[in-house]
Structures are given as C-alpha cells and as structure tokens.
Design a binder for this molecule. Structure first.
Ligand code: FES
Length: 291
C-alpha cells in the first residue's frame, strides 16, 4: 500500500444525470446524481503498477470530508496513470470535490487496497455483469483478461430517464467507444421508468450463463440479492460468481470496523477481506437494502 500525492492528468465528464436504482424504491431524492459521472486520470505509478482488478484506493477529498473516500480502480496504463470513474450524487461531497479538480491539481490517495478478482484455473470465458456504476472495476478486469487472450462478454444495465420518444437515453451508459476492444458481445439494458422492468439480470439468460466459465458482477446490493435468490432458477448453482461490494468506509485499512459484513464464515471487513467476495459467502439478508 502506497500513500502518494498525484497530479490530475485528465478529467472528462462521461455521463449525464443519473438516478441510483434505489432512489425511487427507498424514496431517496438525495440519491439522484446532480452533476454527472466523471473519469479522472491521476499520475501515480507507485499505486497504478501494483493495482489488480477489483482493488480500490482511498482518496482524501478536501477539508469538508474528514475521512478519505473509497474509489474502485477503473483502469491503469503503461505510463503509471490510474483512472477513477465515479458518479457525483447529491449527497456526495467527496465525489463532488474530486470532480472539481483540474488538470495539474494534486490529489492525495493511498492504495491499492483490498483483494482482487481471481480467475480459476482453466477459465477462458468471462462474463461481466455491471449494474450502473458497477462497470468501474469490471472494465479493469476486462482489459487484463483480454490481454491474456480470454473471451469476455459484458452485460450492463443502468436506471434512468427515457427520452420523450419513449426510448432509453443512451447517455445513461458508459460510452461504447471507451469499452475495451475485443469484448465479444456487449448487451445493454435500461431500467424502465417505473424501475421494475428491464434490469440487467434480464440479460442473464441460460445461454450466456452456459457460455461462461466464471461470472464477475458489480452493482447495487439489490442486484446481488436477486442473483443469490434466483441462483437455482438461473442455472448458476455450479458457477463461480464473484461480486464486488460497495460499503461506506472509514479507514480503508481494517482498523475502524465501519465496513463489517456477515458472511458464512463469520464477520468480515469489506476493505480488508474484500471488496471481492464469492456471492455464496455473503449473508445477503443481513446487509441493508439501500447500500
Ligand atoms: Fe475501516 Fe473497513 S473501513 S475497517
């Protein structure tokens, strides 16, 4: 784990206004995204070169945020740059601060932290299931396994507005042109206006499940709970499904216990024992629905 002061190399706004899947379900108007989703590249070779897909970094986000904030590592490049992809929600002071940094500003962060996605011996076909901003750590994994010659399919979903024409608004989805080259198949779905139909899980068909050797998912807890409940019906009993958990964190280093979850093998800390877990290891009913 390294602690560094990194320069902002580049910043781009990638998506327009979004809504968290839980914003309506739990009547949380503050969960609306107010200023879009951002891609921020930081020059920090010390962290970038040690990072593995699934890991995260803690970023100090200005004086108004006494605690550092966790961000999935989204990409790294050969120059030692590291990208963070995040949405700025109305209740997100830290993300708002980060989105306002300009080129050459300095950002303090430490990482890489946590465990990473792991490929089992013999895996050659990888299925990625991304709910909303969950695409952030999955594209790092996609880049790496594509370089190693594996086949990758991506299912992605986003909640969000419909255009007046009734068509899903494509601005809710990570831009197609920034997806790693070589993904065999990208299926995209946008949640209907009532939030009930057309979830990313509707793309999880027996055909695509049979194709995959391993499945990696990142998205809201409700999505994981649904997959866990429907494992048999979906034909997933024999498949390894690794999920990346997003939790509120304090220290990011296993010291404060703010990120504790119940698993079948006891209490675990998401920052230290995760954020990647086998779907079956988590006791989903013990995790709050609005995380
Ligand atoms: Fe402090 Fe995980 S954030 S123990």
């Amino acid at each position: 784990m390294r602690q560094v002061r990194a320069k902002v190399i580049r910043k781009e706004k990638l998506l327009g206004e979004l809504e968290r899947p839980d914003a309506r379900t739990f009547n949380r108007p503050e969960a609306r995204n107010t200023s879009g989703s951002w891609l921020v590249w930081l020059r920090c070779p010390e962290i970038a070169r040690e990072s593995e897909p699934g890991q995260f970094a803690m970023v100090r986000c200005g004086e108004e945020c006494p605690l550092p904030r966790p961000f999935s590592i989204h990409r790294v490049n050969d120059k030692g740059d590291l990208a963070l992809f995040f949405a700025v929600w109305a209740d997100g002071k830290g993300t708002e601060w980060l989105s306002q940094r300009q080129k050459n500003d300095t950002v303090e962060l430490f990482g890489p932290l946590g465990n990473n996605f792991t490929l089992k011996p013999g895996t050659s076909k990888v299925l990625l299931v991304a709910g909303g901003m969950g695409i952030a750590p999955l594209l790092f994994l996609a880049n790496q396994v594509l370089k190693d010659g594996l086949s990758v399919k991506l299912l992605r979903g986003a909640s969000g507005e419909y255009k007046p024409s009734g068509k899903p608004n494509p601005s809710q989805h990570y831009p197609e042109e920034l997806l790693p080259r070589g993904i065999e198949d990208v299926k995209t779905i946008t949640t209907s206006p009532d939030g009930r139909e057309k979830m990313v899980l509707d793309l999880l068909t027996p055909e695509v499940i049979n194709w995959a050797d391993q499945i990696f998912a990142c998205g809201p807890t409700a999505m994981y709970r649904d997959i866990a409940k429907r494992k048999k019906e979906l034909g997933l009993l024999e498949k390894s499904v690794q999920v990346s958990l997003e939790m509120r964190m304090g220290c990011g280093r296993g010291l404060c216990y703010a990120c504790t979850v119940k698993t079948k093998t006891g209490l675990k800390q998401v920052c230290k024992d995760g954020p990647v877990f086998e779907l079956d290891d988590i006791i989903w009913d013990e995790i709050a629905s609005n995380i």
